[in-house]
Write a protein that binds this ligand. Structure first.
Ligand code: 8ZB
Length: 482
C-alpha cells in the first residue's frame, strides 16, 4: 500500500473541489472540527456505535430523505420518536449523487411550489453547511449520510463540516452498482479523498464513521464477493486514516449462510487489518434487510422485514438497516418507515439474549465463504504488486472480482448466482473468479441437489425464478409449471 495522500497535495485538491458549487465556500476544516468538538458525544456516530458493539446489541436505522429542510427535519424527528431509531440517516437525492446540483436546485424550487418533495432525497450540497447543522441540532441521535455517489468529495466536505458523523459508500460499492461509465480508478481516487478528509478529522481529534455499502446490486450477490469488496474498501479507508469502519452485508435469506457470512467477514477483516498493521481501528458491522424485490402485500413485506431482523439479531450485527412495508412501491411515508422500525425493534429486543446455535452447516458455510473471499482478496493484492488501487482495477478488468447484475462497464459481469435447495446463494457460472476445484465442486454439488429436487438442470431459468421469488412469496424460485 502507498500510504496516506500527502497533506499538501490533499489541501491543494480541496480548493478545486470546494470551488465546484457556491456552498463549497462555506467549508472550513477548522470550523468543522470545532463544531464536532462542541457536539455532545451521544451525537457522534463512531462513539455510539462503539458503545453498541461493547453492549452486544443490534442498533436499528432507517433510510430517509426529502427535498425540503423543514420536512426533512420533521421526518427524522418522527423516526426518532415514533420509530425509536438508534441512528438516523439522511438519504441524498439522485441529482446530487451525480453531481447535478443545478437540477437539484430546480428540484428544491419545484418542491417549494408543489408543497411536497419532488426529489428522492435531501440535496445537502445545495443547502450547504448551516442547514446541515440545523438537522444535527434538531435530533438527539447521530446522523449518517447515505447516498450512492461515485464522486462524493464535495458532499463529504459539506456534510462533515455540517456535523454529520458517518458517511456511507466507497470507491467500489458506490460505483459498480450505481454508474455505467465512471472508471474505477476515478471513483477509488475520489473516495480516497473522502477517506483522507475523514483521516484529517481524526488527526484533529474528531471521529467520523465510514461504512461500506454491503448490498452492492442487492440481488443474489454471493457473500464472498461482498466480503472481498468490503475488505478492500476497509484497507483503502484505513490507509487514509479512517479509525471507525463498518463492514456491510445484505441479507441473502438462508439463516445459516447469513450468520456465517457476517461472522466470516469480521474474522477475515480482522486478519487483514492485523497483517497490514492497522490495529487501532474500531471495526463494526451492519446487516441490510433484504435488498431485492419485495412483496407488494404489506403483511408479507413485514415478514420479510422480520426475517432480516432475526438474521441481524442472531448474528449480533452491530446495526441493521431497516426496510418498510412500502418497499415494493417506492419512497415510503414516514408512518410506513416507522412501522419497519417497530417490527425490527420488537425482534431485536426479543432476541437480544438468545444465541445463534452453532451447527455443522454454519461451520462449513463460514469456512467456505472465508476461503472464497480470501482467494479474491489475495489474487487482487497479487495483481496490484504493492499498489492496491491498481490491483482492484486489474481484478475487476479480469473478472477476479465480479458483481452480478451491475450496470458498470468496468465490471466483467460473467458470474451468475442461483439459490440452492435451502435458499443459500451459490454460484452457477464462475466467470473468472479465482476459485479452486474444491470451491467449485461445493457450489456445483449444492446446485445439483436443487436441480434434482425440482427435476431440472441448474440453468439461467433458475436465476430468473430466484430474482422474483421473494416478491412472489417464496425464497427459492419455483420452476414454472407448464
Ligand atoms: C440502495 C438503497 C435502496 C433503498 C430506499 C429504497 C430502497 C431510497 C429513499 C429511500 C426512504 C428515501 N430509499 N431513497 N427510503 N427515503 N428518500 O433505499 O426504498 O429500499
Amino acid at each position: 500500500m502507498k500510504g496516506k495522500i500527502d497533506l499538501e497535495k490533499f489541501l491543494q485538491s480541496r480548493k478545486e473541489v470546494l470551488a465546484t458549487w457556491p456552498t463549497g465556500a462555506e467549508v472550513s476544516l477548522e470550523d468543522g472540527i470545532n463544531y464536532h468538538k462542541a457536539l455532545p458525544p451521544e451525537k457522534n456516530f463512531a462513539v455510539k456505535l462503539k458503545k453498541v458493539k461493547e453492549e452486544g446489541i443490534t442498533a436499528i436505522q432507517p433510510r430517509a430523505g426529502v427535498a425540503l429542510l423543514n420536512e426533512h427535519i420533521a421526518l427524522l424527528k418522527y423516526l426518532e420518536k415514533e420509530g425509536e431509531a438508534d441512528f438516523l440517516p439522511t438519504t441524498i437525492d439522485s441529482y446530487t449523487r451525480q453531481n447535478r446540483y443545478q437540477e437539484a436546485q430546480r428540484g428544491i424550487e419545484e418542491s417549494l411550489a408543489e408543497g411536497r418533495s419532488m426529489l428522492n432525497g435531501f440535496p445537502a450540497v445545495n443547502y450547504g453547511v448551516y442547514p446541515c447543522r440545523k438537522i444535527i441540532e434538531e435530533v438527539n441521535v447521530p446522523v449518517q449520510v447515505r447516498h450512492g455517489t461515485p464522486d462524493a468529495r464535495l458532499l463529504a466536505e459539506i456534510t462533515l463540516a455540517g456535523g454529520f458523523s458517518s458517511f456511507e459508500g466507497g470507491g467500489i460499492t458506490y460505483n459498480i452498482p450505481y454508474a455505467k461509465e465512471v472508471p474505477l480508478r476515478k471513483s477509488i481516487e475520489d473516495w480516497q479523498y473522502v477517506d483522507r478528509l475523514i483521516g484529517y478529522y481524526a488527526e484533529h481529534g474528531v471521529l467520523i464513521n465510514r461504512e461500506s455499502f454491503g448490498p452492492l446490486t442487492g440481488t443474489l450477490v454471493p457473500p464472498s464477493v461482498t466480503i472481498a469488496i468490503n475488505i478492500l474498501e476497509l484497507l483503502l479507508a484505513v490507509e487514509q486514516g479512517v479509525k471507525s469502519f463498518t463492514l456491510g452485508l445484505g441479507q441473502c435469506g438462508n439463516l445459516n449462510q447469513d450468520v456465517a457470512a457476517l461472522h466470516g467477514m469480521v474474522e477475515l477483516a480482522e486478519e487483514y487489518l492485523k497483517r497490514f498493521g492497522f490495529q487501532d481501528v474500531d471495526l463494526t458491522t451492519v446487516f441490510h434487510q433484504w435488498m431485492g424485490g419485495f412483496p407488494q402485500d404489506e403483511a408479507r413485506a413485514f415478514a420479510v422485514i422480520a426475517w432480516g431482523a432475526v438474521a441481524a439479531a442472531l448474528a449480533k450485527a452491530n446495526k441493521v438497516i431497516v426496510k418498510t412495508p412500502h418497499e415494493a412501491l417506492g419512497v415510503p411515508t414516514k408512518e410506513a418507515n416507522a412501522q419497519g422500525l417497530k417490527t425490527t425493534r420488537q425482534i431485536v429486543n426479543m432476541l437480544k439474549d438468545q444465541r445463534f446455535m452453532v451447527n455443522e452447516e454454519y461451520l462449513l458455510e463460514k469456512e467456505m465463504v472465508k476461503k472464497e473471499a480470501r482467494a479474491i482478496v489475495e489474487r487482487t493484492l497479487e495483481l496490484g504488486e504493492g499498489d492496491l488501487v491498481a490491483g482492484i482495477e486489474r481484478a475487476f478488468a479480469a473478472g477476479v472480482i465480479d458483481v452480478p447484475f451491475a450496470p458498470s462497464r468496468f465490471n466483467l459481469g460473467k458470474i451468475l448466482p442461483a439459490r440452492d435447495d435451502t435458499g443459500a446463494v451459490r454460484i452457477l457460472e464462475f466467470g473468472n473468479l479465482p476459485f479452486d476445484s474444491e470451491i467449485r465442486e461445493f457450489h456445483r454439488e449444492r446446485l445439483k441437489r436443487r436441480g434434482e429436487k425440482e427435476g431440472r438442470e441448474p440453468s439461467f431459468q433458475m436465476v430468473i425464478d430466484d430474482i422474483y421469488a421473494i416478491g412472489k412469496g417464496m425464497l427459492v424460485g419455483k420452476p414454472r409449471t407448464k
